[in-house]
Design a protein around this ligand. Structure first.
Ligand code: GFB
Length: 316
């Protein structure tokens, strides 16, 4: 068990997941949280990462640092997503093992599953078929990370576990309209159109793909739970186990925002995977279940967006 005074490194502490992990760990009373900003430590540089681990000697590591983005960014920045994620995870996981870290949690993503896998996605379906093209480079990197954790456990008894979160949303998300995931894009698009008197909103693809969404505070809570309660070799899915079509998610966000205008679908943009709802029976059997209902989570995320993101932007 991770004790409150032990040294915990949260890699990627400024991002969507990392910042939620920081909130969750602080709230649970952990006091020795190690962080390094991008300008202090470049995780793509192996020697720098090794020097950091040798000097700071963390006992636990949450690896939430990654090059991430929505379908547009994944599809356009294919080399960056493959190279940077492989570099970051190789450097951090290997240096953690070498410097004697007691336990590491690696974060993957539900896009590691085959595009046409049966639904809901069970952990056993990994590597049972071809991947979705738009995020193949990212998925290949994440699969390599899972395999490195398994191999270090097999060969050296390193306690590295992995989790596969579904599509996450919440505070400190990326709201850039070209590179973001769908939920932050919907929040921003509907909010801005609403402010401009219900101008039409353009969304990507057909609206028919289905996605499962989980509030990032629930995801972080599950990650801390796994760090405390799970030492297994196989990774664990993190999700709600429930999905909706993009069209229905859009209707829900429009309702939360109060937008009453028209939605136009841009078919020149990709749909991506038709469906990827996680089977969360393993996580439930371990004793964890999400808390936020979707509408409540969306209201919370929208409130944060209005008070923090839109306010900061308005202030220049
Ligand atoms: O969240 P998202 O960007 O990525 O898009 P994925 C999900 C769905 O929303 C796609 C549609 O079917 C999009 O076509 N969509 C509709 C939009 N309007 C928009 C919009 O304005 N912006 C965006 N971004 N999408 C990512 C992977 O896949 O999910 C990553 O590329 C990772 O590797 C992540 O796994 C969790 O869910 O398709």
């Amino acid at each position: 068990m991770m004790e409150q005074h032990e040294r915990i490194y949260v890699a990627g502490h400024g991002g969507l997941v990392g910042s939620a992990l920081m909130r969750s760990l602080k709230q649970a009373g952990f006091t020795q949280l190690l962080t390094r900003g991008r300008n202090e430590l470049d995780l793509c540089r192996q020697a720098d990462v090794e020097a950091f681990f040798d000097a700071e000697r963390p006992e636990y590591v949450f690896l939430a640092a990654a090059k991430v983005g929505g379908i547009g960014a994944n599809n356009a920045l294919r080399a960056d997503f493959l190279y940077e994620n492989l570099a970051i995870q190789n450097n951090v996981i290997h240096a953690a093992w070498k410097s004697g870290v007691r336990k590491l949690l690696f974060l993957g993503s539900s896009c590691i599953y085959p595009k046409m896998a049966p639904q809901p996605l069970k952990e056993d379906y990994l590597l049972s078929g071809p991947l979705e093209a738009t995020n193949e480079p990212y998925a290949i990197a994440k699969i390599a990370g899972i395999k490195l954790c398994e191999a270090l456990r097999d060969q050296y008894d390193f306690n590295a576990i992995s989790c596969m979160p579904t599509n996450l949303y919440g505070p400190y998300d990326n709201f850039d309209l070209e590179t973001s995931h769908v939920l932050p894009a919907l929040i921003r698009k509907f909010h801005e159109a609403h402010v401009q008197g219900s101008a039409p909103v353009q969304l990507w693809g057909s609206g028919s793909p289905r996605r499962e969404l989980l509030h990032v505070d629930d995801a972080a809570d599950a990650m801390v739970f796994l760090m405390q309660n799970y030492d297994g070799r196989q990774f664990v899915n993190i999700g709600s186990g429930e999905d909706l079509s993009i069209r229905d998610i859009a209707a829900l966000v429009a309702d939360v925002v109060g937008y009453k205008g028209e939605v136009v679908w841009d078919s020149s943009r990709p749909d991506g995977t038709p469906r990827k709802v996680l089977d969360v029976s393993k996580l439930h059997a371990l004793g964890w279940k999400h808390r936020y209902a979707l509408r409540e989570g969306l209201s919370h995320a929208y409130e944060w967006f209005r008070e923090e993101w839109a306010e900061a932007r308005a202030a220049g």
